[in-house]
Design a protein around this ligand. Structure first.
Ligand SMILES: NC(=O)c1ccc[n+]([C@@H]2O[C@H](COP(=O)([O-])OP(=O)(O)OC[C@H]3O[C@@H](n4cnc5c(N)ncnc54)[C@H](OP(=O)(O)O)[C@@H]3O)[C@@H](O)[C@H]2O)c1
Length: 189
């Protein structure tokens, strides 16, 4: 069984010297073009006729307004140890990242799911980074100090190297007076 590669996608600002991703169960900013980037990347399958999957923690699922759940045109997986049933609208409930990876790496889903995206929050990102199957981290660097209570984990810059991809604009972006950059880190192991 060939296990699927994992891609992480996150946007992080600077917050007390750390990489802030959330506050009070929500995003600390509202940047439409950045959201559109998330949607484009997570939706676009490389293999024709296949769909991508998104894996997220229960609180991240809860943070998505009901009208935008599930994230459309993607297979939605929620990780939880407290839920006993898949939340309405989601496709699968798993009790660990490993279980989700196995689900997508064996039939029937291995034949219909193309890219697997980890979309947060903190502990799920950490599990993704620690996984030998982690391929890329798509990290939007929001160049502003904003108060946060949830953080992106530190990762090893000897293992993850900054790369470029023609599908991703390297220029500094700006929305609502906030500057940000799309970065991609690729695992060398
Ligand atoms: N900036 C960004 O890119 C970004 C992306 C995503 C989220 N966010 C923000 O981050 C915050 C939410 O993230 P969070 O870190 O607080 O929570 P989270 O990771 O979304 O959810 C935590 C919950 O997920 C379940 N869980 C997590 N890891 C698991 C694992 N390995 N196996 C099984 N279950 C697992 C547990 O659910 P149970 O308690 O049910 O067991 C845990 O309590 C919000 O503020 C959100 O807006 C930001």
């Amino acid at each position: 069984m060939a296990e699927k590669k994992l891609n992480l996608i996150a946007a992080a600002c600077t917050s007390k010297g750390k990489m802030g991703i959330g506050i009070n169960g929500n995003l600390p900013w509202r940047l439409r073009q950045e959201m559109a980037y998330f949607e484009r990347l997570t939706k676009t399958a490389q293999m024709e006729g296949m769909k991508n999957a998104v894996i997220m923690g229960r609180k991240t699922w809860d943070s998505i307004p009901e009208k935008f759940r599930p994230l459309k045109d993607r297979v939605n997986v929620v990780l939880s140890n407290s839920l006993t049933e898949c939340p309405p609208g989601a496709d699968h409930l798993c009790s660990s990242l490993n279980e989700a990876v196995k689900l997508f790496s064996s039939p029937p889903l291995s034949e219909t799911v193309d890219m697997v995206w980890i979309t947060g929050g903190s502990a799920v990102y950490k599990d993704g980074i620690d996984s030998p199957h982690c391929h890329r981290i798509y990290l939007t660097r929001i160049m502003k100090e904003i108060e946060c209570d949830t953080f992106f984990p530190e990762f090893d810059l000897d293992r993850f190297k900054l790369v470029t991809d023609p599908a991703v604009d390297q220029d500094t972006q700006e929305e609502k007076g906030i500057q940000y950059k799309f970065e991609i880190y690729e695992s060398s192991s």
